[in-house]
Ligand binder design. Structure first.
Ligand SMILES: CC(C)(COP(=O)(O)OP(=O)(O)OC[C@H]1O[C@@H](n2cnc3c(N)ncnc32)[C@H](O)[C@@H]1OP(=O)(O)O)[C@@H](O)C(=O)NCCC(=O)NCCS
Length: 171
C-alpha cells in the first residue's frame, strides 16, 4: 500500500503533520469517535463498530507523524463494481480541521483508486465545495443505481436524502 507523508503549511492555522496509512484494528475506536461526532450533528451517517470492523480494509487513516497511534482523520474507499468505488465516511477530528488532513486523505484514496484500475469514484456528501476542489461534479442520485439499490434503499433518510451525489472520472 502506498503511503503519503505530508507536512501541511497553511496560512491561518498551525500545520498538521500526517501520514496516511491503511487502518488497523487498533484505530477503530478513534475512527468511531470521529465519524459519530459528526453523525450526532447530522453532518454524516453514523457507523457502528461492527460496520467499521467488517469493512476495515476499505479504510485509511491520517495518523500524526509524531505518534502513529493518534488518528486525526479517516476515510474509506468502497468498491462497488469493476469500474466504480465510493469515498465514504471521510471525517477529520474537529480540532484538526482546515489543516489539509481531509485533502491529504482524499488524495491518498484517489491514488488507491487509480492503482486498483478504477475508472470512476463517487461520493454522497454535505460538503460539495470540498469535493469540487478535486474535480468531483454533482450528478443525479439515480445515475448511481448500484449505490441507491444496495444502500440508500435501507437508509432511514431514503425519501428525505439531501446529500449531494458527485462523481470524479479517473483518467
Ligand atoms: C469535510 C472535511 C473532511 C474536510 O477536511 P479538512 O481537513 O477540514 O479540510 P482541508 O483542510 O483539507 O480543506 C481544504 C479546503 O477544502 C474546503 N473545505 C474544507 N472543509 C469544508 C467544508 N466543511 N465545506 C466546504 N468547503 C470546505 C476549503 O476550501 C478548505 O480550504 P480553506 O481551509 O483554505 O478554506 C472535514 O471538515 C470533516 O470531517 N467534515 C465533517 C464530515 C464530513 O462532512 N465529511 C464528508 C463526508 S462525505
Amino acid at each position: 500500500m502506498i503511503e503519503t507523508a505530508v507536512t501541511t503549511e497553511r496560512k491561518l492555522c498551525s500545520p498538521a503533520s500526517v501520514r496516511v496509512r491503511k487502518a488497523r484494528l487498533s484505530d477503530v475506536n478513534a475512527m468511531h469517535r470521529i465519524i459519530n461526532y459528526y453523525a450526532d450533528r447530522q453532518l454524516m451517517l453514523p457507523k457502528s463498530h461492527l460496520q467499521l470492523y467488517e469493512n476495515l480494509r476499505d479504510y485509511s487513516v491520517a495518523a500524526d507523524t509524531a505518534d502513529d497511534s493518534t488518528v486525526l482523520g479517516c476515510g474509506g474507499l468502497h468498491i462497488y463494481w469493476e469500474n466504480l468505488a465510493e469515498i465514504r465516511a471521510l471525517a477529520v477530528l474537529a480540532e484538526s480541521a482546515r489543516k489539509s488532513v481531509g485533502t491529504t486523505l482524499v488524495e491518498q484514496l484517489l491514488e488507491e483508486a487509480r492503482s486498483l484500475g478504477l475508472e470512476q469514484v463517487f461520493v454522497f456528501t454535505y460538503v460539495p465545495g470540498f469535493f469540487g476542489r478535486f474535480g468531483f461534479v454533482a450528478v443525479e442520485h439515480r445515475s448511481l443505481p448500484l449505490k441507491v439499490y444496495n444502500e440508500c434503499f435501507h437508509c432511514p433518510k431514503f425519501n428525505t436524502c439531501d446529500e449531494v451525489a458527485m462523481v470524479l472520472p479517473l483518467s
